[in-house]
Design a protein around this ligand. Structure first.
Ligand SMILES: NC(=O)c1ccc[n+]([C@@H]2O[C@H](COP(=O)([O-])OP(=O)(O)OC[C@H]3O[C@@H](n4cnc5c(N)ncnc54)[C@H](OP(=O)(O)O)[C@@H]3O)[C@@H](O)[C@H]2O)c1
Length: 334
């Protein structure tokens, strides 16, 4: 074989070989969101039962900037740490004994807090935690779903057991979790009362809320009574004032702090605080609802991976409408 042919074969092999490194948004110290550095790091490899996913998009959750401020340290996780819990992407490689997934499959997933890793070009996930990405939305909108969507689903249905015909008060109906909660409760056939600030009331109505309350101008505790379920994403005074709007036997589910048992018992109420869990079967249900046009993930801002710190800072302001996405692979613009 001629030298030029050999050289061109070697060159082609080099070009097709996967790069051993990737870009990732990592923490080396804790502090404000701009401690996040986007840098070259070794590309992870899937072990037995795991899948390597090429991340096309992720989404920001308040937990990300809370982690950047040191939450993971308090949970015993060491640095450097790659942020990010929401993944939408394409299977790049499967580890040994993986059944059901192959290279090229479009998937989405919740990567739990201790693992993180989604603000990166590749992430390794347990095969059992993946679900097929909804087909009718792009990766940025699919990535908006896992953490916030699973939280809303598990709070309303797995925990509070909301049923058709019941009434639920959703605090913060315009935010990441809230905008899913409003839509899920409507799909279930419940009556939905939701709070939001003035500018976001129209958005929450569009999502399907039957009654909207401007929490800055109106006292929800004077307007609402005898609801079956309160979904609390605010805590503090908002949680304390929520006991009075529940009917006897009603359920207060919180994702920011369990309501004290003594408070519940004194009023004949039930309640719980929850931390979401990965659940591929539930993700599949959420994808089906999206593809059936019954639920619409809303993305109000999108940042490239290189601007992860800006995306975190925006989330930290606490006024998100729906979700903030991170596009790792830029979507094709038409
Ligand atoms: N336990 C868990 O598993 C779990 C899971 C997910 C999230 N969380 C936590 O739940 C909280 C919400 O998460 P998220 O992703 O929905 O946050 P987000 O996307 O940042 O949304 C926050 C929303 O809260 C609204 N808001 C602020 N103060 C309010 C008040 N007093 N009454 C009503 N609405 C108010 C904001 O709207 P305005 O601009 O209109 O004020 C904003 O739309 C965060 O603390 C997060 O860490 C916990």
């Amino acid at each position: 074989m001629q030298l030029t042919t050999l050289l061109s074969i070697a060159f082609a092999a080099l070009q097709s070989a996967p790069s051993p490194t990737m870009k990732a948004a990592r923490l080396h110290e804790f502090g404000v969101p701009n401690v996040v550095k986007v840098e070259d790091v070794p590309r992870p490899e899937p072990k037995e039962g795991e899948v390597l996913v090429r991340v096309h998009a992720s989404a920001v959750n308040p937990i990300d900037w809370k982690v950047a401020q040191g939450l993971v340290r308090s949970l015993g996780k060491s640095l450097p740490y790659t942020l990010g819990c929401d993944v939408s992407g394409v299977v790049e490689e499967v580890g040994a004994k993986v059944v059901g997934w192959k290279t090229g499959d479009e998937v989405f997933a919740y990567s739990n807090l201790m693992r993180g890793g989604a603000f990166a070009e590749y992430v390794v996930l347990p095969a059992a935690e993946l679900a097929t990405k909804p087909k009718t939305v792009d990766h940025a909108h699919a990535a908006a779903i896992p953490l916030a969507g699973l939280t809303a689903w598990q709070a309303l249905f797995d925990t509070a057991k909301l049923e058709a015909g019941q009434t639920v008060l959703v605090h913060a109906g315009a935010g990441g979790v809230g905008h899913f909660a409003v839509q899920f409760a409507k799909v279930k056939g419940a009556k939905v009362i939701a709070t939001a600030s003035k500018d976001k009331l129209a958005f929450v109505k569009e999502l399907g809320a039957d009654v909207v309350i401007d929490y800055q101008a109106q006292a929800f505790e004077e307007l609402v009574k005898d609801v079956d379920v309160v979904f609390d994403m605010i805590g503090g005074e908002t949680q304390a004032k929520s006991y009075g709007v529940l009917k006897k036997g009603g359920f207060l589910v919180s994702i920011v702090g369990a309501p004290p048992k003594a408070e519940l018992d004194a009023r004949g109420l039930r309640g719980a605080g929850i931390l979401l869990k990965p659940d591929a079967a539930e993700l599949k249900t959420l994808a089906e609802l999206v593809d059936a046009g019954k639920v619409r993930p809303h993305v109000s801002a999108t940042f490239p991976l290189a601007e992860a710190a800006k995306a975190l800072a925006l989330s930290k302001e606490g006024h998100a409408v729906g979700k903030i996405a991170i596009e790792v692979v830029p979507a094709k613009r038409k």
